[in-house]
Design a protein around this ligand. Structure first.
Ligand code: HEM
Length: 504
């Protein structure tokens, strides 16, 4: 499929600036459409905004905390005017289920601003990535990628996930021997990047210590996420315009990532023997076959690989950092987990997710509580209604941007007792459907099974071998996340001590 067809199937008219007359027509058409959406949505409660910019100024900074406050003030369905973009935010499993499960067809599309000027990320990849696509193109791509992330495939890759966990332990052993405090965050990012690259390209990135190139990739991904979550220029300008939607740095970040990934694709192709191994090869093998069949373009191949790297790396890395902070601030839980793991796994055996995931209940409780308290994908990725629809008694217009307020769903008294405390045992009683860190509905996270395996394996291996300690025990570590596409854990200095018998 060529990129123009993909762009068009995603609702974008790429020739819209060709004549002044058609530009005028588009502006009139867009204004009419915006008026209709605003009129229908005007009955939905929400914070008052300023003319033109709407609520954009109110939600600067930690947007997830603002949305939690608005949920308290306005209820589970509230409206935000983000410039000219009509946004409706849904909070709590009951309302998310009503929308994303009971009306899945109306809510599953990604938000695409019609007729926007093609100078943002989606234009760089012509809507041919997995995250930005809609319709049949997305459906086919998703089934190709999901077939590579099944429980059976993940089980086969478990040995590599354990190897990465052990490499992380080797690094920590060095730090433990030095006896000095150090910042842990980037090590977790490197861990998750390495695993994604193994799944994608089957490559084994050197894990000696943080080198310049891996640090660059980590930093570029984080910066890219940060810039991605900033408001777009077209949020303010309701009509097509010739300005880039994002600052130049955004495009620079994408190009850097694209350069790394292009090199990896080319290396894989050079070393690919014959027709390739569709059954046992890494994800890139399946994608190259799709390229050969003409189902994706070259640009699409690159976009998909970049998106899998960014979607899979920072989310897992941040989750592990938050879980370590929680373990440090709750030493009794850390100790109980250590004792439980010790009792369940023989000293000379590695932790294995497929073997132990159902037999060490306390570990699953800790992992669930980590996902609850620190939902990395704080506000999910924007969706869009494709019909007018009534949710929670409110009519939401077709074309409205829909946000899943995952953070507030996980952190509000309306749904949880003592939501700001880390209490793994709560899941002995609580229905786990209340937990939706991977979002709700058919368009939810594509890497959830892999993420669960990575997070569980890393926590088990690290806690078996090390005690994580606060260098300044009088002051609990800060665990408040910063807003980005993936919630960012504070840069955290900590100490590690080796456990009596190292098991890696
Ligand atoms: C703790 C780890 C993770 C969390 C909390 C997380 C969370 C999320 C959330 C909230 C969404 C948005 C879903 C929606 O819009 O409805 C999402 C989408 C996505 N995630 Fe994850 N994710 C994690 C790990 C991963 C991993 C490891 C991968 C890669 C293999 C991945 C790949 C994706 C992709 C490709 C999408 C877009 C799916 C689509 O548009 O169809 N994620 N994730």
């Amino acid at each position: 499929m060529d990129s123009i067809t993909v762009a068009k199937s995603s609702g974008v008219d790429i020739n819209f600036l060709s004549t002044t007359r058609s530009y005028d027509k588009i502006c009139v058409c867009l204004c009419k459409e915006n008026d209709r959406i605003s009129k229908i949505n005007s009955k939905i409660p929400g914070p008052k905004g300023l003319p033109i910019v709407g609520n954009i100024l109110n939600v600067r900074g930690k947007r997830h905390l603002k949305y939690q406050q608005y949920f308290r003030e306005h209820g589970p369905v509230f409206r935000i005017k983000a410039g000219v973009v009509e946004r409706v935010v849904l909070t709590g499993y009951p309302i998310l289920k009503e929308a994303f499960v009971d009306h899945a067809d109306i809510f599953k599309s990604r938000f695409v601003k019609k007729k926007m000027f093609l100078a943002n990320l989606y234009s760089l990849n012509n809507f041919s990535g997995i995250i930005s696509a809609n319709g049949d193109y997305h459906k086919n791509l998703k089934s190709v990628i999901l077939s590579e992330l099944t429980a059976t495939k993940i089980k086969k890759m478990e040995v590599h996930i354990n190897e990465e966990s052990k490499r992380l332990c080797e690094l920590l052993e060095k730090r433990a021997n030095e006896g000095k405090e150090f910042v842990m965050n980037k090590y977790f990012n490197l861990f998750s990047i390495n695993i994604i690259l193994r799944f994608l390209f089957g490559i084994n990135v050197p894990y000696d210590d943080l080198n310049e190139s891996s640090v660059e990739v980590i930093e570029v991904i984080q910066r890219f996420f940060k810039l991605s979550s900033a408001p777009l220029l077209s949020d303010y300008l309701g009509v097509p315009h010739p300005f880039p939607e994002r600052p130049p740095e955004f495009f620079k970040c994408y190009r850097k990532l694209a350069k790394h990934i292009t090199e990896m694709i080319e290396n894989y192709k050079t070393n690919r023997d014959g027709a390739g191994d569709e059954e046992h090869g890494p994800i890139i093998e399946k994608l190259l076959i799709e390229l050969e069949k003409g189902n994706i373009s070259k640009l699409g191949l690159l976009a998909i690989c970049v998106e899998l790297l960014i979607a899979g790396a920072d989310t897992v890395g941040q989750t592990l950092m938050f879980s370590t902070i929680a373990m440090i601030n709750n030493q009794s839980i850390q100790e109980k987990l250590y004792q439980t793991l010790n009792a369940a796994i023989p000293p000379n055996e590695d932790y294995s997710y497929s073997k132990y995931k159902l037999t060490i209940p306390y570990l699953s409780l800790v992992v669930k509580e980590t996902f609850r308290k620190y939902p990395a994908g704080v506000l999910g990725l924007p969706h869009m209604t494709t019909e007018d629809v009534v949710i929670g008694g409110h009519t939401i217009a077709k074309g409205t941007q829909i946000i899943q307020n995952l953070y507030a769903s996980h952190r509000s008294e309306e749904f949880w007792n003592q939501p700001d405390d880390f209490i793994p045992e709560r899941f002995l009683e609580k229905d786990v459907t209340a937990l939706h860190q991977f979002a709700v509905g058919p368009r939810n996270c594509l890497g959830s099974a892999l993420a669960e395996c990575e997070v569980t394996s890393a926590i088990a291996t690290l806690i078996r071998n090390f005690n994580f300690i606060n260098p300044n025990p009088t002051q609990p570590l800060n665990d408040e996340g910063d807003f980005s596409v993936s919630m960012v854990a504070p840069q955290t200095k900590l100490l590690v001590k080796k456990r009596y018998n190292l098991a890696f």
